[in-house]
Design a binder for this molecule. Structure first.
Ligand SMILES: Nc1ncnc2c1ncn2[C@@H]1O[C@H](COP(=O)(O)OP(=O)(O)OP(=O)(O)O)[C@@H](O)[C@H]1O
Ligand SMILES: [Mg+2]
Length: 278
């Protein structure tokens, strides 16, 4: 995505934003509340039409005018509310609207087999695929939503705050799942406020501040402190303190409070889902 601009009335949600993701790469998109993260991924998902800028896919310019266009290109989104049907079982949720058929009836066996194959590949811990998703835990529901996005083999998967509502063990499960997605060669865009999650799974971190780029960092050579400084504007995109008066004068609305969770101290490691047995 190059030079992306988007305004809602007088609100400039995005100004001249650059963003990219490669195959087999996890890119974290971070920034304060209202920084434009959701708007940027919604432009990519065909929800919002940008006012300015271009999008290239495999080096070719593309126009993503609708969610259907995004789906055709292989861009899948897992929205924060997951949008699952609580009363339906796991299989029905995965195949909703794209059910497999054999003749005039639903191919229940085929759908169930492919559901298990997919969940196994993701190393997902779902007790049964024939129970309503209402009875699954938060992490398991997140897994089902991610598995559903994988039907149709997308190239890019967008995860908007996948761990925001999850506990320690469930967060570890979802982070492991993100690693599986990278191994499978998907490009993953991860929106998160949790620096520990970002540093644990991302390869690259793109920071947005007040609707503009404010730095791109490789996870191997960045600390949680630097990221937080970029989010809050204590440093600009080059890692330097901005000159007085050069920064945008506009301040984020006061009602918005930062919800940045700092990196815990101690050695960094991938949390192991197997640690937390439920
Ligand atoms: N549909 C919309 N109509 C009007 N304004 C909008 C709309 N969507 C977003 N905005 C505005 O655009 C700006 C960026 O919002 P966006 O949702 O992209 O932020 P965000 O980085 O995802 O924040 P958060 O971390 O709180 O989810 C905000 O000022 C927001 O009020
Ligand atoms: Mg958002």
């Amino acid at each position: 995505m190059r030079g992306i601009g988007k305004h809602f009335g007088a609100v400039k949600a995005l100004t001249d934003v650059e963003f990219s993701v490669n195959e087999g790469e996890v890119v974290a998109l971070i920034g304060d509340n209202g920084a434009g993260k959701s708007t940027l991924v919604k432009v990519l998902a065909g929800v919002h039409a940008p006012d300015a800028g271009t999008i290239e896919f495999d080096g070719e310019p593309v126009e993503i005018a609708s969610p259907a266009d995004a789906q055709d290109l292989g861009i899948a989104t897992v929205f924060q509310d997951l949008a699952l049907c609580d009363n339906l079982d796991v299989v029905a949720n995965l195949w909703l609207g794209r059910e497999l058929r054999s003749g005039s009836t639903l191919d229940e066996v085929g759908m169930e087999e492919r559901t298990w194959t997919l969940l196994r590949e993701l190393a997902a811990k779902i007790p049964s695929v024939r129970i309503p998703v209402a009875s699954l835990s938060g992490g398991q529901r997140q897994t089902v939503a991610i598995a559903r996005s994988l039907i149709g083999e997308p190239r890019i998967i967008i995860l908007d705050e996948p761990t925001a509502a999850l506990g320690v063990a469930q967060t570890a499960e979802v982070l492991n799942l993100i690693e599986r997605l990278r191994e499978r060669g998907h490009g993953v865009i991860l929106i998160s406020h949790n620096m520990a999650d970002v540093l644990a799974v991302a390869d690259r971190v793109v920071v947005l501040r007040l609707g503009r780029n404010n730095g791109v960092y490789n996870v191997v050579d960045v600390t949680s402190e630097t990221l937080i400084a970029a989010i809050t504007g204590a440093v600009d995109g080059t890692g330097k303190r901005p000159e007085a008066g050069k920064q945008r004068t506009e301040e984020p609305p006061e009602s918005r409070e930062a919800k940045i969770i700092p990196m815990p101290t101690g050695p960094r490691r991938m949390p192991d889902a197997a640690d937390g047995d439920e």
